[in-house]
Design a binder for this molecule. Structure first.
Ligand SMILES: Cc1cc2nc3c(=O)[nH]c(=O)nc-3n(C[C@H](O)[C@H](O)[C@H](O)COP(=O)(O)OP(=O)(O)OC[C@H]3O[C@@H](n4cnc5c(N)ncnc54)[C@H](O)[C@@H]3O)c2cc1C
Length: 255
């Protein structure tokens, strides 16, 4: 594993990673963005249309959302998923989308490298996940805007690429391109390994530490293999094992 990290991540540590993300679709990209140290704060002049959430947000001005009580903030929010943290982030990123509104995100993002958590994102294809398997000319069912990730609006990206939305919809090809570009623009590329398929995740045996004593904390091991056609001189071994330890978000409030 240590050789693998030297080859692909430029890291020289043989320490297990904190996080291995399996799958490089929009979910994996967004998680990598957070783990890279990008930290959400409420814009000083923002007013959230949900009065209760607005009141709670105003109780801790200038404090990062990640340092607040996520259970408290997400209490009472409703939507199409079960995860309170996902509902909260949806409400902060796209405040009134479920009611057909277009209110801007109330979040602003700061890159705070001291918060970064070492991680790797393994994916079968290029960053963008399922969007690379969908016919490029197909138009999205959702509004193009809704496919955006933090701090890079799809409509602004499309404008810069001299592309346009059709009836507020983007093509699957544009969205796949947007996700790939997002990884580069946000400087996340060094954490991504494309063409890597995870074939097993299992408990591993901790390696003895330098002192000769066994480190008691358990390890997860992810076995991965490189897809045919993705190997390169920089990737000599077609398969290898990486490990990480069970981990909680530093605040202990999100996993
Ligand atoms: C035809 C079609 C149209 C759609 N239209 C819309 C739409 O209009 N609006 C909308 O919101 N959603 C739409 N979706 C759904 C959208 O694609 C998903 O919601 C979104 O891509 C989910 O993102 P994700 O990151 O969770 O997973 P995915 O995008 O599925 O990414 C996960 C990636 O992980 C890879 N992977 C899985 N297992 C492994 C492994 N063991 N090792 C390595 N890699 C692995 C997969 O190959 C995949 O590339 C559509 C889907 C399809 C198929």
């Amino acid at each position: 594993m240590s050789n693998w990290r030297k080859d692909h991540l430029g890291a020289s540590s043989s320490e297990p990673l904190k996080v291995i993300i399996i799958g490089n679709g929009p979910s994996g990209i967004c998680l990598s963005y957070l783990l890279s140290g990008y930290t959400p704060y409420v814009k000083p002049d923002a007013v959230h249309p949900h009065p209760l959430l607005q009141r709670k947000l105003s109780e801790a001005p200038g404090v990062s959302i990640l340092d607040q009580d996520l259970d408290y903030l997400s209490e009472g929010l409703e939507g199409r998923c079960q995860s309170p943290v996902a509902l909260l982030f949806d409400a902060l990123l796209r405040p009134d989308t479920d009611f057909g509104g277009n209110t801007e995100s109330v979040l602003t993002w700061k890159l705070q490298k001291e918060r970064a958590i070492p991680h790797v994102v393994l994916g079968r294809n290029l960053p963008g996940g399922a969007w690379h398997s969908i016919e490029g000319s197909m138009v999205t069912l959702s509004q193009g805007q809704w496919m955006g990730l933090p701090d890079l609006e799809v409509k602004d990206w499309m404008r810069r690429k001299r592309r346009g939305l059709r009836n507020s919809r983007a093509t699957a090809g544009d969205i796949a391109h947007y996700y790939r570009d997002y990884v580069n623009k946000k400087g996340l590329g060094q954490s991504f390994v494309s063409g890597a398929v995870v074939t097993a995740v299992e408990w591993g045996i901790p390696e003895p530490s330098g002192s000769g004593a066994q480190d008691p904390s358990p390890l997860f091991q992810a076995r991965r293999t490189v897809r045919p056609g993705w190997a390169s001189p920089g990737r000599p071994c077609p398969s290898s094992t990486m490990s990480c330890r069970p981990w909680r978000w530093p605040s202990g409030r999100a996993q």
